[in-house]
Write a protein that binds this ligand. Structure first.
Ligand code: AMP
Length: 275
């Protein structure tokens, strides 16, 4: 496995790399969710690159950026074990020199839910993703369903900007009790960890209600709200949407996606489920 820090070096290596090339973008603090993406990439590609870059522009709160969990040596060990060929871990200046001014915006998809709660966040994600796609020019790029709005936005951007890559989505990896794995889960104390489970409980309830024939989004959301509140979670948003456009729906007559974001103490958690 090679650890590469500059774009020039990476491009030189990639020009001789055996295809197909797969890219797994991450911010490090690797957990089983990331590992599922790495395994999928390894099974489909001859060359697997993973990037580790904590993009400061996608954090709304400076402290959140500065305190974002970092586990560089453990990350590299895991990546080596998972058979990653190249780790691209650039310094901030390599990606955003002081002269940098461009931002990419995916209209509509980045203006709701996460876009409202974290203004500018998804524009910054779109910008770093397109930069990584241009730098690596992968045949396949891997994203988790856990961040479904990000996934759909990247999908839209790849189509709109004629980027020659195939987006592969990987299902959400959960802890044994159902909590979606997230680098931020380490901020949760024991009690908060119990509360956090409310997100999955509420999503499972939505699925159960839907299976039992409920078609009113409002009724399902009302029941979910009770679960979230019982778990002492502070709801940020709760929505039932078309799974492709993320347009909210009121009457459910086909597969829909439930999105939820909530604060658990100071930690903000998101999750989603198709129902
Ligand atoms: P991050 O390091 O948080 O930017 O995540 C890097 C990639 O891993 C993104 O595509 C995420 O959607 C994905 N990911 C994060 N958590 C999970 C999870 N629990 N299951 C599947 N994919 C995940």
């Amino acid at each position: 496995m090679r650890l590469i820090k500059t774009v020039i070096e990476l491009r030189a290596i990639l020009s001789k790399a055996k295809g197909p090339v797969g890219l797994v973008p991450t911010m490090g603090a690797v957990h089983e969710g990331h590992i599922a993406l790495l395994k999928k990439a390894r099974s489909e590609c001859s060359t697997v690159i993973t990037s580790i870059f904590i993009n400061p522009h996608q954090f709304n709160i400076k402290d959140d950026y500065l305190n974002y969990p970092k586990s560089a040596s453990k990350d590299l060990e895991i990546m080596e074990t998972e058979g990653v060929d190249i780790v691209f871990k650039p310094e901030l200046e390599e990606i955003y020199p002081s002269s940098y001014t461009t931002t990419v915006k995916v209209k509509d998809l980045s203006d709701r839910f996460e876009g409202v709660s974290r203004p500018g966040h998804l524009d910054s994600v779109a910008t770093i993703v397109i930069k990584l796609l241009n730098i690596c020019q992968p045949d396949f790029v891997y994203f988790g369903q856990k961040d479904v709005q990000q996934l759909l936005m990247v999908k839209r951007m790849i189509t709109d900007l004629n980027i020659q890559t195939n987006l592969v989505s990987v299902g959400t990896v959960r802890d044994i009790d159902g909590l979606a794995l997230s680098s931020r889960n380490i901020y949760l104390n024991k009690l908060q960890r119990q509360s956090a489970l409310g997100l999955y409980c509420a999503l499972k309830l939505a699925s159960k209600l839907r299976i039992n024939g409920e078609q009113s989004a409002n009724s399902i959301k009302a029941e979910m709200e009770k679960v979230l509140i019982n778990h002492k979670l502070d709801i940020d948003y709760l929505a039932i949407c078309d799974p492709e456009t993320l347009d909210e729906i009121t009457y459910i007559d086909k597969t829909a996606i439930v999105l939820v974001a909530a604060h658990c103490g100071k930690t903000r958690l998101i999750d989603n489920l198709l129902i």
